[in-house]
Design a protein around this ligand. Structure first.
Ligand SMILES: [Zn+2]
Ligand SMILES: [Zn+2]
Length: 258
C-alpha cells in the first residue's frame, strides 16, 4: 500500500527539532511515498510559544528539497491554530497562502494554550469550551482537515473523558462543510494506545456521511516520521473507510486502503 504522512513539523516550527532534509531521509527509510510538511501558523502573539513563520522561506525550502529527494513526493502544508475570535485573520491567511494542504487545529481554550495543568484543574470546562471551538472550526469551512479531533484526552486521565456523543455538533459541521478528519498517530507514542480521534469517533463520522480522512504522525522529530501510520490505516478500515486522502493544491487525491 502506498503510505503517506500528512502531519510533520520541521525547524520552521518553534517546537520542531529536525530539518526538512532529516525528515525526508527518514521518510524514505521508512518506506513512505509521500509526505506533507505542516508547520505551525500561529495567530496569538501574546503566547510564549508564538512563532512567526516566514512563509516565503518555508515554501522555498520545501520546494528545494524536492530536487534533492526525487523519489519522495513532498507537499507543502500548514497547521493553522484556530481561535474563533481570530477567524477573519485566519481566513485571510488561508486564502493568501499557496499550500497543498491546510490542517485546522484547536490548541487554545479560554485564550490559553491547552496544557495538562489546565486540563487537570477543570476538565469539564475544558471539554465544553474545546468542543465549542472545535464546532466553530468545523463550521468555518476554511480547512481541508481537522487535526487531532479529541486533543484534550492527551492531557487528562481516562476517567475525565467525555462520551463520543459530545462530539456530534463538531462532526455534523465537518460533514456539512466537507471537512475531513485526521487520524493522528501521536496517541500511540504518548501511551494512549490509540490515535486522535478514537475509533468510536471515526465510526461516528463515517456513519454521518464523512468521507475524508488523512493520516499523520504529528512528528516534531524526524525519528517519528511515518511512525504508526499503518496502525492508523487499519483503524480507518475498521471504521468503514476504503480510501484515505492526499492533497495537491487543496484538491483531494484518493489512495486505496489495502
Ligand atoms: Zn496540533
Ligand atoms: Zn502538529
Amino acid at each position: 500500500m502506498s503510505l503517506s504522512d500528512y502531519h510533520i513539523h520541521s525547524t520552521f516550527s518553534a517546537d520542531g527539532c529536525d530539518s526538512i532534509d532529516q525528515i525526508c531521509e527518514q521518510a524514505i527509510n521508512t518506506g513512505l511515498e509521500e509526505i506533507c510538511i505542516t508547520d505551525h501558523f500561529d495567530f496569538e502573539p501574546e503566547d510564549l510559544v508564538y512563532h512567526q513563520l516566514d512563509v516565503k522561506q518555508y515554501i522555498a525550502a520545501i520546494q528545494s528539497a524536492r530536487s534533492r529527494y526525487p523519489s519522495l513526493s513532498i507537499r507543502v502544508g500548514g497547521e493553522f491554530c484556530y481561535q474563533s475570535s481570530r477567524r477573519h485573520e485566519i481566513a485571510e491567511k488561508v486564502r493568501t497562502t499557496p499550500l497543498d494542504f491546510v490542517l485546522g487545529s484547536v490548541h487554545y481554550v479560554d485564550g490559553r494554550l491547552l496544557l495538562p495543568s489546565q486540563c487537570a484543574a477543570s476538565p469539564v470546562r475544558v471539554w465544553a469550551r474545546y468542543i465549542e471551538e472545535a464546532t466553530s472550526l468545523a463550521g468555518a469551512g476554511l480547512f481541508d482537515v481537522m487535526a487531532h479531533l479529541d486533543l484534550p484526552k492527551r492531557y487528562m486521565p481516562a476517567s475525565c473523558r467525555v462520551e463520543p456523543e459530545a462530539f456530534v455538533p463538531v462532526l455534523q459541521n465537518l460533514v456539512e462543510t466537507g471537512t475531513g478528519i485526521e487520524i493522528n498517530a501521536s496517541g500511540f507514542r504518548s501511551g494512549l494506545g490509540e490515535p486522535l480521534p478514537s475509533l468510536a469517533l471515526l465510526k461516528m463520522y463515517r456513519s454521518m456521511g464523512g468521507e475524508v480522512v488523512t493520516v499523520g504522525s504529528d512528528a516534531h522529530r524526524a525519528i517519528h516520521v511515518g511512525s504508526h501510520i499503518k496502525d492508523c490505516l487499519e483503524l480507518a478500515k475498521a471504521a468503514g473507510f476504503t480510501h484515505y486522502a492526499r492533497f495537491v493544491e487543496r484538491r483531494i487525491q484518493w489512495v486505496k486502503i489495502d
